[in-house]
Design a protein around this ligand. Sequence first.
Ligand code: CP3
Length: 350
Amino acid sequence: MGKLLLRALKREAVARPPMWLMRQAGRYLPEYLETRKQAGDFLNLCYTPALATEVTLQPIRRFGFDAAILFSDILVLPHALGMKVWFEAGEGPKLGALDKPAAVTMLEKADIHSHLAPVYETLDRLKTALPAETTLIGFCGAPWTVATYMLEGGGSKDFKTAKTWLYADPKGFDALLDLLVQKSADYLDAQIRAGAEVVQIFDSWAGALSPFGFERAVLEPLLALCRKIKAKHPDAPIILFPRGVHPHQLEHLVEKGTGLFDGLGLDTTQDMAWANRILQPQIAIQGNLDPIALYAPIDKVEKKVRHLLDTCGHEPGYIFNLGHGITPQTPIANVERLAETVRSFKAGAY
Ligand code: CP3
């Protein structure tokens, strides 16, 4: 027995796959908007344990998902490192420019844990507030993805500043990646000690690089981070979510990462029949319903969910999720139907 998500991550046989959704706490829920209003500023919501606990629990109450993901953001880490971070309504995140490489030396000195203490307290509260069968997931951004926000000062279309530095001076760029590997490892270590049972590393911009860049700025730092976490917490499962990378790069990552991570989150573009055949015998896979498919008529939503379950859910090592975060206008009834469909699925004979 034991919690469904933990069992699926060990690729044990389960009666049905566990489910949770990326960004499951968010603006499609009226109760989130209410708490968000109470908090005022988005970062204030992240740093107020009572409110962050409340929004983490909201989707669990409504849909009975098998896992709760800590409510926070990947950008609290650069914030803890001393960078300016703010969220402008309708514009997404903004960061004060990083003046490389002198800034890297300055950031190294930051003590992140006093800044991040409210995040750890949120995890501590969630540990007791969650239903016994629900798994608590902690997370951080991957070194490359966080580096892009730090160097571009926010989101970017072409990652010109980050890529130029990486291609012109890979050794220099390593200093920033190494710093982020170390600080992210410290951060996830503290999250696990505070109660996170699983951690997910979000590499949203993993697919933006050349093969050289992928190897150097995505794969190597991700595996270095996993190594550090596994050294301290060999039993804490790790899920990687490298968004937008080619299937052969996923295979390569799984091969090089044997024993270093436990689950691979697949984005919307990946072929799950292929992933079921090639990846799932080696590692748990998670995904990948297109979040925009949730805007289709409800019977189509159900059909797509069933199709995914039929493709991957009969063998061990499958976690139902979206291929990226749920979006603000998603009809709640469709999410309810998704949850009912997964819950009533019966995995066939293994
Ligand atoms: O999944 C969850 O429910 C947990 C919370 C969570 C948030 N952000 C809350 C959030 C998680 C895991 C993240 C991760 C995150 N944040 C990523 C990686 C995953 C991905 O989506 O690719 C990235 C790139 C960020 C950075 C970030 N934060 C962006 C680009 C934005 C703006 C986009 C948007 O949706 O507005 C945010 C803000 C943000 N983070 C919101 C939420 C609920 C919306 C802010 C609001 O309520 O006004």
